[in-house]
Design a protein around this ligand. Structure first.
Ligand SMILES: CCCCCCCCCCCCCC(=O)SCCNC(=O)CCNC(=O)[C@H](O)C(C)(C)COP(=O)(O)OP(=O)(O)OC[C@H]1O[C@@H](n2cnc3c(N)ncnc32)[C@H](O)[C@@H]1OP(=O)(O)O
Length: 461
């Protein structure tokens, strides 16, 4: 030990009484066990410093995969606080923490030990990820470049106090990837289409899915890249606010989407305005076999949708119905007119024309708009016209932004159509559980209806 000037070889059987406090710590770090005898006044608890925090898998894994977090080398029943932190690509910090108690053997396994409070409570092995909260108000957890991973830092601190206790252990999960192993990423610049295609590593053909996001535009790739790791060819499709595409969404043309989708046997996946566009695509375009609508609308919203000389106008808006929460955030859930009444009926997407099978994934606490009502109305319209009844899965306590697993809930952020932050709804734990289930459900649905591993229909994108 450099501190006590003992020879390294003698560390195997030290004379504990000859060690200073720092020397004892070094000794414990090396051997992972208390010395047989301690000098007066120094207890095992005071010298204990190096808890080991292990992660399984220890190396790379995808963002949507669970990780096992275990802390070893704590004192029996030792109270500790675990902290997690992550910086996104803009430098914005996300943090979570939870209080735990080690077991009788001084071990803490997050798969077995309930959190006693903090950012979450109860048995939540992945709580330190899904409960991450942005330090910057209204900041949403977004992955812009899927070619780089996110690194999550985990720390074990002594005690449960509000102030950070002594640091006992630390680990960094460097490689939480968004591009699964072997998945190929190919930018698409074909005709007018601006997109990115993700192809699984296995030999094709694969079922093909087009993935579309909502208001804000741009080209978000993380859901498509993660899904490609499950055996699908997935094309993340931009439609505005990206490169040479229109800057706004006042006028969208289905011909653009038609150019991107070459059936037969194509699947569609969309969230929010993207889900609504998938409903329109399935209703007007050919070759679409299955569509998953995450918190979409059955009415055309926010701008006009044109196709072959016909136009679906945007459903009307009444800004006076906007509410303000007790925290001062805008709640826009009531601002849109009903597409069942008066001239707004013209905005109702003619879903009865669709030949596709539908899965609606609904957050029952969606505060962006009335997703459950829209899913039910789409279902009624389909059934009334003798079409197949869609599958609707409702998630209590889930909000608008149902993302892949372990994406932290975004409570409120900028809504570009409103020009300020709005609440999206969702209670963090229920929302996290919904995301896990929705991710499984949509894969099962696509495998069933598009074939693929089971190999029935080979789609072309
Ligand atoms: C009153 C009622 C009126 C009308 C009601 C209508 C009814 C409702 C209808 C609802 C219908 C539809 C319902 C729906 O569809 S709901 C929305 C669903 N949204 C999506 O699916 C995502 C769509 N895409 C995006 O959001 C963009 O691509 C992002 C933002 C990822 C990047 O895009 P871009 O590359 O262009 O980004 P930029 O860097 O130039 O920044 C642009 C702005 O964004 C701000 N930003 C960036 N990153 C984040 C972040 N992580 N957290 C918070 N904010 C972030 C940034 O500060 C800047 O703001 P400002 O600094 O300029 O202020």
């Amino acid at each position: 030990c450099s501190v006590c000037k003992m020879a390294a070889s003698s560390l195997a059987a030290p004379r504990a009484s000859g060690l200073c406090r720092r020397g004892l710590k070094s000794w414990v770090q090396l051997l992972g066990a208390p010395p047989p005898r301690l000098r007066g006044g120094i207890t095992w608890a005071t010298v204990r410093m190096a808890a080991t925090l292990t992660l399984e898998p220890a190396g790379r894994c995808c963002w949507d995969e669970p990780v096992r977090i275990v802390v070893r080398g704590l004192a029996p029943e030792q109270p500790v606080t675990l902290r997690s932190s992550l910086r996104d690509e803009t430098g914005a910090l996300f943090r979570a923490h939870a209080r735990y108690r080690a077991d009788a053997a001084g071990q803490l396994d997050l798969a077995r030990a309930p959190a006693l409070g903090g950012s979450f409570a109860g048995l939540e092995p992945m709580g330190l990820l899904w409960a991450l909260e942005p330090e910057k108000p209204f900041w949403r957890f977004v992955k812009r470049d899927v070619r780089t991973p996110f690194a999550v830092e985990l720390e074990v601190l002594d005690c449960h106090g509000p102030e950070a206790g002594r640091l006992l252990g630390r680990a960094v999960h460097e490689q939480r990837d968004f591009l699964p192993p072997g998945v190929r990423r190919e930018p698409v610049r074909a005709g007018r289409v601006r997109a990115t295609l993700f192809l699984p590593p296995e030999p094709g053909p694969y079922p093909g899915i087009v993935d579309i996001f909502g208001v804000g535009g741009g080209l978000l790739e993380y859901r498509a890249s993660l899904l490609a790791g499950k055996g699908f060819a997935v094309m993340a499709l931009a439609y505005y606010n990206y490169e040479d595409l229109p800057k706004g969404m006042e006028n969208l043309h289905l011909e653009y989407f038609e150019e991107a989708v070459k059936g037969p046997g194509v699947g569609l996946l969309g969230i929010s305005k993207g889900g609504e566009l998938c409903l329109s695509m399935a209703s007007f375009l050919k070759g679409i076999t299955a569509a998953v609508i995450i918190n979409g609308s059955v009415a055309n919203v926010g701008g006009a949708l044109h196709y072959k000389g016909n136009t679906l106008p945007p459903v009307g808006v009444n800004k006076n119905r906007m509410k303000v929460t007790k925290d001062g955030f805008a709640d826009i859930v009531d601002v849109l007119n009903s597409p069942l009444e008066g001239p707004d009926q013209k905005s109702f997407i003619p879903v009865e024309r669709a030949e596709s099978t539908f899965l609606f994934l609904v957050g029952q606490d969606d505060h962006n708009w009335k997703s459950e009502f829209y899913a039910q109305e789409a279902s009624k319209r389909l059934e009334a016209h003798g079409r197949e009844k869609p599958q609707i899965i409702c998630y209590p306590g889930a909000g608008h932004y149902i993302e892949p697993p372990y994406f932290p809930l975004c409570r409120a952020s900028l809504h570009t159509l409103v020009g300020g932050p709005v609440i999206w709804g969702g209670e963090p734990r229920a929302h996290a559980m919904a995301q896990l289930d929705a991710w499984e459900q949509l894969q099962t649905f696509f495998h069933k209806h598009l074939g693929g591993k089971e190999g029935t229909v080979a789609a072309k994108l």
